[in-house]
Design a protein around this ligand. Structure first.
Ligand code: GLU
Length: 220
């Protein structure tokens, strides 16, 4: 188990995400990371505790009202800074956090390598984010459809939240055999692996079912 926290709204995303990740620490993890969007992707991640991530981020640009955060429990690739989530796709179009295991990642990785994809980490998650980007760019789809099409090619378990730089006012979430909860606030939305990080912000929560996707848009 690991932890997922996402935020989109009017407040600063970083403190909400960090506090949320701390609330999920009880689930166990070996590394932590956060991605924020403010006209560019700001990604900070490190092996160790959420408090180590906070030290890394100290003094960095964290000004953003949308972001995703993750605590990782390594299944593919050792716990280190590179394997920590979030993972960005090779051409920088998508940033992904993922909880679970992509069982057919090796076959997918080989196919992507044949198509010119390069990998920085040893994770199954980086394969997934590159697969989504490959489908998005090659089929010329919107982000939501590309995620759906890519997930149809995946065998495994996932709770995931993904961000597309071409559609920056939106978070896309999907789950299969790994829980995800959406919190609905006033002009703001939260997403997390369980309700613990959300209840201090809103009582209104939606538990996603297996095979559900959630498209969470700012101001809607
Ligand atoms: N399989 C992924 C990895 O090893 C996600 C692990 C998790 O659920 O934290 O990075």
């Amino acid at each position: 188990m690991c932890g997922i926290v996402g935020y989109i709204g009017k407040k600063q995303a970083y403190p909400i995400i960090i506090n949320g990740l701390k609330r999920l620490e009880y689930r166990g993890y070996d590394s932590a990371g956060v991605a924020l969007w403010n006209n560019q992707s700001l990604i900070y991640k490190s092996k160790g505790k959420v408090s180590d991530l906070e030290k890394l981020v100290l003094g960095q640009d964290i000004n953003a009202t949308i972001g995703i955060g993750h605590t990782r429990w390594a299944t593919h690739g050792e716990p280190n800074d590179v394997n920590a989530h979030p993972h960005m796709s090779m051409n920088g179009k998508f940033v992904l956090i993922h909880n679970g295991i992509i069982e057919n990642y090796s076959q997918l990785k080989n196919k992507l390598k044949d198509r010119g994809y390069l990998f920085k980490s040893e994770t199954d998650t980086e394969v997934l984010v590159n697969l989504i980007e490959y489908v998005y760019l090659n089929e010329k789809l919107d982000a939501e459809t590309a995620v759906r099409m890519a997930l149809n090619k995946v065998i495994g378990a996932y709770g995931l939240v993904i961000f597309c730089v071409d559609e920056p006012d939106k978070l896309i979430a999907a789950r299969k055999s790994s829980p995800l909860v959406v919190g609905v606030g006033k002009c703001e939305y939260f997403i997390a692996s369980d309700a613990t990080p959300i209840i201090e912000h809103t009582n209104s929560v939606i538990y996603l079912n297996d095979n559900d996707m959630a498209i969470i848009k700012r101001n809607e």
